[in-house]
Design a protein around this ligand. Sequence first.
Ligand code: P71
Length: 457
Amino acid sequence: MQFPFEPFKIKVVEPLKRTSREERDKVIREAGFNLFKVPADSILVDLLTDSGTSAMSDNQWAGIMLGDESYAGSKNFYHFEDAVRRIFGFRHIIPTHQGRTAENLLFSVVLKPGNIVPNNTHFDTTRANVIHKGGHAVDVLNRAGRDPNSVEPFKGNMDVEGLERLINEHGPENIPLVMLTITNNSAGGQPVSMQNVRETRAVCRKYGIPLFFDACRYAENCFFIKEREPELARKTVLELAQELFSYGDGCTMSAKKDGLVNIGGFLAMNSQEWATKATNLLILIEGFPTYGGLAGRDLEAMARGLEEVLNEDYLRFRIGQIRYLGEELDRAGVPIIKPTGGHAVYLNAREFLPHIPPSQFPGQALAVALYREAGIRSVEIGSLMFAEKDPQTGEVRYPDLELVRLAVPRRVYTSMHMNYVAESIISVFEKRDEIRGFRIVEETEYLRHFTAVLEEV
Ligand code: P71
């Protein structure tokens, strides 16, 4: 397949350093087989995350020079507020230094211990924040999203009937809000349809429960809506975003994704009462409400990034680049989640390495192999990240999917980099029988994948 070429030219470059196989083998052992602990200098193509790794535009860098570092009332805050209000439409806008702080503020304000938070699929920081405030994070993903072989267009959707059942089971009074993660990162970067947003909204309305978006990848999600919901194909991505957010009562946002910045985020909502409480907490943990843990220049870059990301030539390239990588792998028989999502290609590690059981972390085994083979850094999204131990029985529950995510930073890598990645993975696939599983030697209680130390079985 041909994909639209990079709709930008390169003004600043950052050299890549090559390493030998021996060097990489040494580095990965010293890192306890945990790719989060590998120095970025020892990585050739870094697909760990699309978060905070974007290349900013000349327009954003120009905005950086216009940073107004006043403690209160910086002009950049008002630019930021205008941009967010134009696209998202929510009344109260609270800047934070990244997405998880917006989650922390939100759940600190709305959750009572024992409450339930339904989400199409919680991302790990969202889940951890819900649990940390004494709540239960429940994923209510539609059936297609749970089937790695389904090619449905909107595999990120909420299971709306399941949501209604859950509400009836626990009572709406125990559910402070419902969340929709767009795109659905943990389920493969799959989009949520406008239709599904409307249906989710209708159920929330019926029971008087607010609907919040986890809006990290809103522009990518809206581009998929434009491509795949025929009656909406003639709207601009901006118009689609405005419609989508009009169905919600607020959102959390990590602008490190579709804000095209290296740091930044926000919490936005219509409720005055919740916003007041969140702002008071913001002052305690982040800073004054017109900077929220950021410099004025960061707010300006974010204001500009939130608008730039809606450019449809950019989005066509962005989604096309991911699709291209997926197609190259698929053609060679490498098992991937299809269709490809908005920000990443997800390898199906369970099918890639059928000889490694979930208890030996097939995703991690594959991620380590890609690093050793080719200096590519990916991230495991499987049993290392998500397996849960039952506190009573000690029994371990494994997630439905064992994935390795190849997340592509925005505007950073070219098509030749994608070819290199595809060829390297295909060569690992050809010798997959040699790959061994892992066991954990050290782990923490929350978010263990960041720091765990492993050894080869
Ligand atoms: C991603 C990240 C960043 C990350 C987080 C944990 C491990 C590895 C990488 C962050 C998200 C996200 C969604 C849907 C909230 C956050 C938190 N994703 N919701 O995918 O994807 O945002 O990092 O700004 O705090 O690599 P934050």
